[in-house]
Design a protein around this ligand. Sequence first.
Ligand SMILES: *Cc1c(COP(=O)(O)O)cnc(C)c1O
Length: 423
Amino acid sequence: MNFLEKAQSLEAAEPVSSRRHLFHIPTGSDGEEIVYFCGNSLGLMPKAVEGDLQAELEDWRDLAVDGHHHARRPWYPYHESFRETGARLVGAKPGEVVFMNTLTANLHFLMASFYRPEGKRTRILSDAPTFPSDIYALQSQIRWHGGDIERDMLVLHPREGESCLDDSEIIQGIEDNADELGLVMLAGVNFFTGQAYDLAAIAKVCQKHDIPFGVDLAHAAGNLHLQLHDDGVDFAAWCSYKYVNCGPGAIAGAFVHEKHAHNTDLVRLAGWWGNDPATRFQMDEKTDFVPHPGAEGWQVSNPPIFSMTPLHASLAIFDEVGMEALRDRSTRMTAFLEECIGDLGGEHYSIITPNDPRFRGAQISIRVHGDAPGLRESLQKAGIVTDFRPPDVIRIAPTPLYNTYEEIARFAQILGERVGAGV
Ligand SMILES: *Cc1c(COP(=O)(O)O)cnc(C)c1O
């Protein structure tokens, strides 16, 4: 059976149907829809976003300041409308999640509370390869506290000849350095390799040693079936423009575990929107900050409505499908991708993403033995969008909401032709 026939039969048998019709699919210069495997970088636009944004513009135009309470979706409590849907996206309880700021900003705000170096416990353990923004954030937090980067950054690297760290190596790294760790900060899904970590197991060892555990979910939110509450992660942050499909620079998410919801001893960088709404406006007479319980207490500013609006359409789609079902479709699609391209590799490339579906999300990363940017470019010319990460990796992310098995088959066929042609 060829790839295309197999793809058609898999789609026909697939219990979780594609929601492709709810998204705008860009077309190439020939007018044909492109094959978009870059939803791990910037997700496609849900069609409903346009109307929702238009409504906000109209309400601003027509209501001005009255829009805070009388817009179709009143702006004052805007963030509250995502309490339930936001929690469902990452396996949290309502109150544990808030949408605010951008990802790296949220990492800083959360680390301000959860990275409190003290005595010997000054080090931050992280995983490599680390995303540049996360490295800068972690290093600057250490400097901010007067620490020493050489001493306080503990980055675990994959063993020689390996691309990924085993969960057991991370756990061992925590055990070995527990007395000196002030924070463990990992990716939920590694941006480079596509590897997913066992957050529950890592959270458990962090708890045993009383080390705060934070997760950057940039590549995990909207991708994995996360269980942040049950896993016992202390805090997490993610952007909403990758798998969450809310557009460039979209508002980010933040999770703070319920166990910290009422801890008023936690130091934080506060602003009025994190204050108890009942006294938020008592500007003259009041000086003491009273945190809103839960994640909302970490908000600093009033919600940026236009950046938040796409969340309505996007989260409605996730809710309709359900994260668990979506992840099942994703697991099957990625397995099909692996099956299609696994045999074509040979001397041309190797797959560096773990082959056990439990340890990866949607994305497959291939290490190209040769001209990786050239290969990506050549795929692009054939109407297939992937991305290149230096020095030699191409990332391919079939996203289960809008990609299809047939696109995977087309991709595999073209990839086979290109590597066969020596590109
Ligand atoms: C995409 C990504 C970011 C981006 O940070 P912004 O603050 O949204 O610009 C940060 N960290 C990781 C791991 C990412 O994948």
